[in-house]
Design a protein around this ligand. Structure first.
Ligand SMILES: Nc1ncnc2c1ncn2[C@@H]1O[C@H](COP(=O)(O)OP(=O)(O)O)[C@@H](O)[C@H]1O
Ligand SMILES: [Mg+2]
Length: 137
């Protein structure tokens, strides 16, 4: 395997342009890692969903993109974190169609389906942390 940087890339999210930048950078990293173009697009979609949630619910936060290698597999891991209001009921938030903002309520459950690994931690009054990884197949 050729050398791929495993240095995490921290991208602040505080406006629309930041979402676009994180989405584009994620797609580029995915392609560099060897993902097919369609998977790069799915990854970019998951990144924009969690980045949009940061902007909408927490106003600011960051997206951290990191190339990972485990047991000979390569993947892209994405962390979205904020110190916003947090999510009182994670089970509800992960249900298709649940939205507190009259959105489609598909951002979290959809991202979970698009990625291979998905975890969310949230504490009311402290913030939210979503981590997800997709592996190159
Ligand atoms: N970073 C976050 N901080 C606080 N609440 C969040 C965050 N992300 C998601 N949520 C909550 O989870 C719900 C579901 O999120 P999502 O599936 O993206 O749907 P939508 O954004 O369309 O409402 C949101 O309506 C919101 O209540
Ligand atoms: Mg959303």
């Amino acid at each position: 395997m050729s050398e791929i940087s495993t240095e995490p890339l921290v991208m602040p999210i505080a406006n629309e342009a930041d979402i676009v930048a994180a989405r584009q950078r994620g797609r580029t990293m995915a392609i560099e890692l060897g993902f097919a173009g369609c998977d790069g697009t799915l990854i970019a979609t998951a990144i924009s969903e969690v980045a949009r949630n940061i902007l909408l619910y927490a106003q600011r936060g960051e997206i951290i993109l990191c190339c990972v290698e485990l047991g000979g597999r390569r993947g892209l891991s994405i962390e979205a974190r904020d110190s916003g209001p947090g999510i009182p009921d994670l089970r509800k938030a992960l249900t298709d169609g649940y939205s507190t903002s009259r959105g489609l309520g598909l951002g979290l459950p959809g991202s979970r389906r698009l990625m291979d690994e998905f975890a969310i931690e949230s504490e009311v009054g402290r913030g939210t942390n979503v981590t997800m990884t997709k592996w190159v197949r």
